[in-house]
Write a protein that binds this ligand. Structure first.
Ligand SMILES: [Fe+2]
Length: 368
């Protein structure tokens, strides 16, 4: 717990004590400080605040907090997008505050949050997808050091990128079977349907509309609707293309089971430079490593290792050998940097789940 001047307070912290002005309670203790709240307090003349150090919160507390904010954000997104579908006016204010909260949550703890979004499943996938893509796209923007106003345009466009899909019958957009050419054509109209809808709003940045219109364009010209190439595609649409594709791959869809993060990146990386802009894909890899620290991996010599740090090469992190090929634990811990030349014969064949590792080290346990 420490006291800080309000001008140095960033969103993403909790108050440690209630804030009063002339006996009027402005804010209770344990309140989450968003940008809007800090602004309000400043305007009311508050100068110093007692805040909790985020390191004083346990991971469980952080996760519970982020889980609750995620659910609130999702509800808001459902209502914003549904209004768009019903041809009511889109609530620009709700949209703006939703995007700000996404940004605040990312600044609060992006690691926990990014882990959380892969677990979210909803009846209508479109809504969680929109929220998640907004999180991922803004995280790419944060990694690249984009200023807050650009981050907000990016988050807004990402949240709305598929709004045009709501106009398309769900039997088509959730179809388990292959679509007829007419149905595919209709589906491919969702970027223009969405962009047309948003173009009339003065307070929506043109960059956000570009995202909606161009998120299916691909660098080599193989995308739609305009078959744009390279520099013709807006940088924000390129960021959303990466976030959108990764998010879609890591969740169940009507026509296929979800990929693990590792499998999704294995799909995306060879497309770097052709479909996806390698600059943004690299930025994505900075916070979404192929082999997250702590994951268990199977090496080509059948030993199992635990990822300890990301190495110089994204495919070749530093691993600690945990079990040998017979499933026996190594006596002494041995760390291997796979990016070093002397280890060039060793490589990771795949990521293992905890269950697979248990089966391997205790093969009899399953039958007992
Ligand atoms: Fe889309």
């Amino acid at each position: 717990v420490k006291q800080k001047r309000i001008k140095y307070i960033e969103p993403g912290l909790f108050t440690a004590r209630p804030i009063y002005i002339n006996d009027e309670l402005l804010l209770d203790k344990e309140s989450f400080l968003t940008e809007t709240l800090i602004d309000k307090l400043r305007k009311r003349g508050v100068e110093k605040i007692w805040i909790k150090d985020n390191s004083e919160l346990s991971d469980y507390e952080k996760q519970t907090f982020l889980d609750n904010s995620y659910n609130r954000l999702l509800k808001r997104t459902v209502s914003i997008l549904n209004k768009g579908r019903d041809n009511e006016d889109i609530d620009i204010e709700a949209l703006g505050s939703t995007v700000r909260q996404i940004l605040d949550s990312l600044k609060f703890d992006s690691d926990i949050l990014l882990n959380l979004i892969t677990l979210k499943e909803e009846d209508d996938y479109l809504f969680t997808h929109s929220v998640n893509v907004s999180f991922l796209a803004m995280m790419i923007g944060i990694t690249l050091g984009l200023p807050d106003n650009e981050l907000r345009s990016l988050g807004t466009g990402a949240l709305l990128h598929d709004i045009g899909l709501l106009e398309i019958p769900s039997r088509i957009r959730n179809s388990q079977n292959s679509l007829s050419p007419e149905e595919t054509d209709l589906l491919k109209q969702h970027p223009s349907i969405g962009a047309t809808k948003l173009m009339d709003y003065d307070d929506i940045d043109v960059e956000s509309v570009n995202i909606i219109y161009q998120h299916h364009e691909r660098c080599d010209g193989s995308g739609y609707p305009e078959k744009l190439i390279g520099e013709q595609i807006s940088k924000m649409a390129k960021i959303v293309a990466v976030a959108d594709s990764y998010e879609a791959m890591t969740h169940d869809r009507a026509y296929r089971k979800k990929y693990s993060g590792y499998q999704a990146l294995k799909h995306l990386l060879p497309l770097s430079g052709s479909l996806y802009d390698s600059y943004y894909l690299q930025a994505f890899l900075k916070f979404m490593p192929i082999f997250p620290i702590g994951s268990l991996v199977l090496l080509n010599n059948r030993a199992i290792g635990k990822v300890m740090a990301s190495g110089a090469n994204v495919f070749r992190p530093v691993v600690e050998l945990v079990y040998d090929s017979a499933g026996k634990a190594f006596r002494e811990s041995r760390k291997i940097d796979l990016s070093r030349i002397e280890n060039s014969l060793l490589y990771i064949t795949r990521v293992m789940t905890m269950d697979e590792v248990m089966d391997l080290i205790m093969p009899s346990a399953a039958g007992e």
